[in-house]
Design a protein around this ligand. Structure first.
Ligand SMILES: *[C@@H]1O[C@H](CO)[C@@H](O)[C@H](O)[C@H]1NC(C)=O
Length: 265
């Protein structure tokens, strides 16, 4: 039986409440002192140890939740990534609810818009070192290598942007693809379905908590329009892009093709 059992304490304390109790108890050293027995000394050592453990737990928790800036997303257990330490965060209230407002990436396609997408996608590949891929937990079985050394690699965010761009090409397929054969059409259906799946996983993983409401912008309309003033904590795109541009290689890199024999080994 624990000497510190408090009779008023309910049996269903959560871990947090438990920690608070321990801190409160330790904040009363005078009472413990006045008893002056060896049991009390043991109790004090025990309390100091417990206090230390609680402190370490609290600090670890805080570090995982908020290391620098507004980043409430815990990263504990997430795989290492070379870009992670470079990502800064910011509050962002962009929602694209105004259907008459376009960004450089949206609206009717134009050479200028194509150029913006080209600039966005330019750092899609980087040259990873073996050490980086090991730290990221990648498998080296039949891994693709660059001509001249290093490994072609990409980031999740670029895979997702690639998927978005493929969907955009499909939306304007008369412009980007012209007439497609049945085989090409089949290929695109397979690829774009995979793209939708990629984006679904990311969207659900991110779980955007922004609140949206609806308002009437036109009393004759069938439906109200969407609005949102929610601020979200977002990656500062510039911080990712700067890293990408520093590490980028060609968007069509030369990759070593192994012989059949090597693949079978
Ligand atoms: C990739 O990096 C390696 C060093 O890790 C270097 O030898 C190689 O030339 C680089 N390849 C490219 C395409 O930048």
């Amino acid at each position: 039986m624990n000497h510190y059992e408090d009779p008023s304490r309910s049996a269903s304390l959560s871990d947090d409440e438990e920690s608070q109790r321990l801190i409160e108890k330790h904040d009363q050293p005078v009472k413990l002192h006045s008893r002056g027995s060896s049991i009390v000394t043991c109790k004090r050592v025990y309390m100091v140890l417990l206090h230390g453990i609680v402190l370490i737990l609290v600090v670890t928790l805080c570090m995982g939740i908020d290391s620098k800036g507004p980043n409430p997303r815990p990263t504990k257990g997430a795989s290492w990534s070379p870009v992670r330490e470079h990502i800064e965060h910011e509050l962002n209230a962009g929602h694209a609810t105004d259907h008459h407002k376009y960004s450089q990436y949206s609206g009717w396609p134009s050479p200028k818009q194509d150029e913006a997408w080209d600039d966005l996608m330019r750092p899609v590949y980087f040259n990873a070192t073996r050490d980086e891929l090991e730290k990221a937990g990648e498998s080296f079985e039949n891994i693709a290598e660059l001509e001249g050394g290093g490994y072609p690699a990409s980031l999740g965010v670029y895979h997702e942007l690639h998927c978005l761009r493929q969907l955009r090409f499909w939306l304007w397929k008369d412009r980007y693809y012209g007439d497609l054969t049945e085989a090409q059409d089949d290929y695109f259906h397979g690829h774009l379905d995979h793209c939708i799946e990629t984006l679904r996983l990311t969207i659900m993983c991110n779980g955007n908590p922004a609140v949206y409401s609806f308002y009437w912008d036109d009393p004759a309309a069938d439906h109200p329009a969407t609005q949102s003033n929610s601020e979200n904590v977002c990656a500062k795109w510039e911080s990712i892009e700067n890293w990408g541009y520093e590490r980028r290689i060609s968007t069509d890199p030369d990759i070593v093709r192994p012989s059949m024999d090597e693949m079978m080994q």
